[in-house]
Design a protein around this ligand. Structure first.
Ligand code: PLP
Length: 472
């Protein structure tokens, strides 16, 4: 290709794509590379001398030299001694930018009614910051090294002692693996303990994120109905007696809110023993019990080693922390630790260290006491505002969400967007069902927002909540 051809290349197009911010050399490099990849500058074309380029684009000579050096280093250009710099003979030719991939819709966490938003507690924030600082300042520094795939010994010891006293879990620190929340805990079990194609009992209606994890791992979900006593164990046995596992939320069924009775718990454990199946107990929000004694975990009733216990700090503290835990029967520890080390090595060491201290110093217990009161006030505000609109809501005695039942046949999914447009988040109950008999209703959370914000959002959304579609 001649110099004449090269110099006739359309350099004018280059000017607008020189981004005004950032280092000039980087911008010039990116613009030239774009012209080469897009075919405006053909293979073999001579690039202008750095002095000309610098003058044309009002950059320093050094910036032009640096841009060429990077193009040369990456193989987009070639230098010929005494002749100058040329577009390389073979450069990757890229097509148009691919369209951004379609991502699943994120639920709204920024509106009252959202499920899973944590309370912003000033004292907790200050104490956590102090705990973090202590580990960041010299001579701290465990986070400069890789962590233990089971999680730090310090936090495992704190979690074990908390679970023994608050939840009646039978465990030692050695049985605990700290995870990136319940979701990773479940994923680890699916990878290390179960196999694709395994039948797994699943509460119907049930927790959608667990369903996604199970289906994504190729499990065969067996919907098992939930009634006022919790999971219907007899129905599960009738549907799939040889299932490999049952995923359950016995302390506070998600989403219906029922507590599994003792008779059902014992029946479930008896089935698991006889079938050699695993019970995956997701104990996600037991810290928020508003009346009566806290219920112990199902795991504490089992001396046969069939229960895999999952817990999380997402509700008790806040979900962005991404810390949870597994309590495993001893035989499962080895396989699960191996998978954990393979997929993400260990929990974040700095966050673990700060949290261990937060628990050890009694801040966690005090935080729970404060937030239980907050949650109760938020619950009362939500229930009262909904009842005043004539909706048949009863206050849950536990947890951080409630259900607004809607008349059978109501299209609850069609209400979600109009409610959000009025500033209120909700999840359609029918979307959480697996079988054909989906119940209609709205699942609404009351954590993370003040009673005033909740009342205001419900007042604003009242026209949608009381529209003929939702009225009983
Ligand atoms: C049933 C259930 N399990 C677990 C969680 C928490 O999950 P994670 O710890 O992954 O944030 C939630 C949160 O809403 C939940 O509803």
């Amino acid at each position: 290709m001649s110099d004449h051809q090269t110099n006739s290349a359309d350099w004018s197009g280059l000017t607008p794509i020189l981004r005004p911010e950032g280092p000039r050399a980087r911008a010039l490099y990116a613009a030239l590379r774009g012209l080469i990849e897009g075919g405006t500058l053909q293979a073999g074309a001579k690039l202008p001398p750095t002095r000309d380029l610098a003058a044309r684009f009002a950059v320093s000579r050094g910036a032009a030299v640096a841009a060429y050096e990077q193009l040369l280093a990456e193989g987009f250009a070639q230098a010929r001694v005494g002749a100058g710099t040329f577009v390389a003979a073979h450069v990757p030719r890229l097509g148009p930018e691919p369209a951004p991939p379609a991502l699943p819709d994120m639920p709204r966490y920024d509106l009252p009614g959202a499920i899973g938003t944590g309370f912003d507690d000033d004292r907790t924030r200050r104490q956590l910051r102090a705990c973090l600082n202590r580990h960041l300042l010299p001579p701290g520094g465990a986070h400069l090294r890789y962590g233990d795939p089971r999680g730090s010994a310090g936090l495992r010891a704190e979690v074990a002692s908390y679970l023994r006293s608050a939840r009646g879990v039978r465990c030692t620190a050695d049985q605990i693996i700290l995870t990136g929340g319940s979701q990773q805990a479940l994923d680890l079990i699916l990878r290390a303990v179960l196999c694709p194609g395994d039948a797994v009992w699943f509460e119907d209606p049930g927790y959608p994120s667990a369903r996604l994890a199970l289906e994504g791992a190729g499990m065969r979900l067996v919907p098992v109905p939930v009634d006022e006593q919790g999971l219907d164990v007899a129905a599960g046995i009738a549907a799939a007696p040889q299932a490999r596992a049952a995923y359950v939320t016995p302390s506070h069924q998600y989403p219906m809110g029922v507590v599994m009775t003792m008779a059902r718990r014992l029946a479930l454990i008896a089935w698991a023993r006889a079938a050699g199946a695993w019970i995956i107990e997701d104990d996600y929000d037991s810290e928020f019990r508003f009346a009566g004694a806290p219920l112990t975990a199902l795991q504490g009733l089992d001396d046969g080693g069939r229960v895999i216990y999952i817990g999380t700090f997402a509700k008790a503290l806040f979900p962005g922390l991404r810390l949870g835990y597994l309590v495993l029967p001893p035989d499962l520890l080895g396989p699960v630790v191996q998978v954990r080390a393979r997929i993400d090595r260990s929990p974040p060491v700095l966050a673990e260290a700060a949290l261990a201290e937060f628990l050890r110093d009694g801040h966690f217990a005090a935080h729970l006491r404060r937030n239980r009161r907050r949650a109760e006030a938020a619950r009362d505000a939500m229930v009262q505002a909904l009842v005043e609109l004539g909706l048949p809501v009863s206050p849950p005695q536990q947890g951080l969400h409630l259900i607004v039942p809607l008349p059978p046949g109501t299209d609850d999914r069609s209400l979600i967007v109009p409610l959000a447009e009025h500033g209120l988040a909700a999840r359609p109950l029918s979307s959480l069902s697996l079988g054909p008999d989906a119940r209609a209703g709205l699942v609404m959370g009351f954590s993370g927002f003040s009673p005033e914000a909740i009342r205001a959002a419900i007042a604003c959304a009242a026209p949608v909540l009381t529209s003929p579609r939702t009225a009983a």
